[in-house]
Design a protein around this ligand. Structure first.
Ligand SMILES: O=C(O)c1cccc(C(=O)CC[C@H]2O[C@@H](n3cnc4c(=O)[nH]cnc43)[C@H](O)[C@@H]2O)c1
Length: 224
């Protein structure tokens, strides 16, 4: 299986690379892309990588959006892994007198992508990741009020990050399945930069990617 792993920044890319270094010549080959912070940069970079590979006759079988994330507490503790069964952009829509309305309710666009359920099951079993919705946001949540609002609108949300929906949009445009695998570096809520545990999250990411190839290789794409 030929996979593209898109991270936002180099430390995340390096954490994923550590898992693959010295892992021999198994059937899974991974290209690692530093796609940038935010949904737009991630979508653009991922689309370029997918198109370049397709034109070279080396199309990818799977795209993985990976990195650190904020976790909703207590469901996604610091250092834990979250695997998206749904990738949803939380702030693409319109503010109205009655509250936020997603673009889909305005009659256009999309706000969610669903990774293949059978692949989510395989990868969650292999890595121990919790499964749930991973939100994509343009602004890191910084208050308890905003965290509560996101939870009210997305009861299945376990984590928020800034790139998954962009990566998923690019993958969907190419007809390639997508996963989002995140390690929790901080709680979603009041901003407390000193409480971020980025090192622990990156270590968890490395461990998870070390367990990924067998799960991918045992996945039967047509199972549901
Ligand atoms: O120090 C800050 O408050 C701050 C503001 C903007 C960005 C950052 C980052 O470190 C980039 C976030 C980066 O990591 C992912 N991430 C990690 N935790 C969260 C979160 O709680 N909410 C959203 N994204 C998060 C994200 O995917 C970015 O790539 C710090």
């Amino acid at each position: 299986m030929h996979i593209l792993v898109a991270t936002a920044v180099t430390v995340e890319r390096d954490a994923v690379a550590s898992a693959f270094s010295g892992s021999g010549t198994g059937p899974t080959t991974a290209d690692l892309l530093v796609a940038g912070v935010g949904s737009a940069a991630a979508a653009a970079s991922t689309a370029v990588a997918l198109t370049t590979a397709a034109l070279a006759g080396t199309s990818y079988d799977l795209v993985v959006s990976a990195g650190i994330a904020g976790g909703f507490q207590p469901e996604a503790p610091l250092g834990s892994l979250v695997l998206a069964d749904e990738i949803t952009v939380a702030d693409l829509g319109a503010e109205t007198a009655d509250g936020f309305v997603p673009v889909t309710e305005l009659g256009f666009g999309s706000v969610s992508h669903r990774p293949p359920p059978s692949l989510v099951r395989e990868v969650a079993a292999a890595t121990g990741a919790r499964t749930g919705t991973v939100l994509t946001v343009n602004t890191v949540t910084g208050t308890a009020e905003r965290a509560a609002e996101l939870r009210r609108r997305h009861p299945g949300a376990l984590a928020e990050a800034m790139e998954g929906f962009g990566v998923a949009e690019a993958a969907a445009a190419h007809g390639v399945p997508v996963l989002e695998l995140r390690a929790v570096s901080n709680p979603v809520g009041p901003r407390d930069r000193a409480a971020w545990r980025i090192g622990d999250a990156l270590a968890a990411l490395t461990e998870a990617f070390g367990k990924l190839p067998p799960a991918l290789e045992s996945w039967k794409p047509h199972d549901h």
